[in-house]
Design a protein around this ligand. Structure first.
Ligand SMILES: [Zn+2]
Length: 360
């Protein structure tokens, strides 16, 4: 039986352990101990992802990430009615520790109930929030499962991520030439001027219902009274349409090319990288059918919705693991107003137990 009090305590204990991206060691140790207590064979891959397995064929992979975003240090979870909130100075860390807690409780409850279940593999990844880095570096030779449930969606467990965009990161470095701003500005080439010229010609914000574009970083210059020699800026765009994605890439590259022609003495270098690839969920896929069937048995209606974000599920798909991304009961993710709804958290754990017990 899912134990609500144990689950809430476990969640609160997890969020009290700081684990910003790239600083997951303490929470990883905590999780390894807990997984060992549940009788799983626990290990790490060279990147530090935690991988735990039960013996048996055709295991189901249960996955969540260990890292959280900033401000996420010294989190103090507070129970207010049927919600868990932070003290307002930090995020809560429900993304993704609500998912982690639900997996642990679902598994523990299944083991205690002893009715038998499909063997599981559990993967807790690092550095999801900084571009799915842990999943991208996961040692897939250690993963036997070909199907997964990823607990990393917004809202209650029955909210299924129906599609996810392709995501491009770009970083642009402009090199001009320094000169004294008051004495001989003619000799200079302003890198800030060139950078802003490029940025002004790029799109910004929501471009259509499946596409966004953002320049989120800029820095340059060194002193007020010199023509700035260097400027860098960075951004990202994402789309669930392959055509729009390709068009935006072309637009970015041609804008840079035009700036190169216009400012022949400057150097402009671009660095583009696709961080994750889009997918659209096929409702007929067996793992999707399994998830929706279990939800139905629990009296919930699956809500399949598009998402503007990526999860480890995007990377799993590229590596041949069909998966479904479900809600982990947290809301207002990545803000200090983040909250977890306790009855939703209980349902997420219950779903986890039922999905592994299905057919047993
Ligand atoms: Zn997440």
């Amino acid at each position: 039986m899912i134990d609500q009090e144990r689950l809430v305590n476990s969640f609160c204990e997890l969020v009290r352990i700081d684990s910003p991206s790239d600083e997951e060691e303490e929470v990883a140790q905590h999780l390894m101990t807990r997984l060992e207590k549940l009788g799983l064979q626990v290990g790490r891959d060279p990147h530090g992802n935690v991988i735990a397995s039960e013996p048996g064929d055709n295991p189901l992979l249960l996955s969540a990430h260990m890292d959280t975003v900033e401000p996420g240090r010294g989190i103090k979870p507070i129970i207010k009615g049927d919600r868990i909130v932070s003290d307002g100075t930090t995020i809560l860390g429900g993304d993704c520790k609500a998912g982690v807690a639900a997996i642990l409780e679902g598994l523990q409850s299944a083991l205690e109930d002893g009715r038998g279940h499909r063997p599981v593999q559990v993967v807790f990844t690092r550095e999801e929030e900084i571009g799915l880095v842990g999943a991208s570096n996961l040692d897939f030779s250690l993963i036997k499962a070909t199907e997964a449930v990823v607990f990393d969606g917004n809202g209650p467990v029955n909210r299924i991520t129906g599609s996810s965009p392709t995501y491009m990161r770009f970083d642009i470095a402009v090199k001009g030439r320094a000169a004294h701003a008051g004495v001989e500005p003619e000799k200079g080439i302003s890198a800030i001027r060139i950078a802003t010229d490029i940025i002004n010609q790029l799109p910004q914000g929501r471009l259509d219902d499946e596409t966004t574009f953002n320049v989120g970083l800029i820095s340059g210059g060194s002193v007020r009274n010199a023509v700035p020699a260097g400027t860098t800026f960075g951004g990202e765009f994402r789309s669930r349409s392959a055509e729009t994605f390709d068009l935006l890439k072309m637009q970015l590259l041609s804008t840079i090319e035009k700036a190169r022609e216009r400012y022949r003495e400057a150097t402009i270098e671009e660095d583009l990288e696709v961080m994750f690839h889009m997918y659209t969920l096929d409702p007929e896929e067996p793992i999707v059918k399994l998830a929706t069937r279990v939800m139905g048995e629990m009296g919930m209606t699956p809500e399949i919705r598009p998402s503007g974000g990526g999860t480890d599920g995007n990377v799993f798909r590229l590596n041949g693991i069909n998966n479904v991304v479900v809600g982990m009961s947290t809301n207002e993710m990545h803000t200090v107003d983040e909250y977890v709804v306790i009855p939703d958290l209980v349902n997420t754990a219950r779903f986890c137990q039922q999905v592994i017990a299905f057919g047993y």
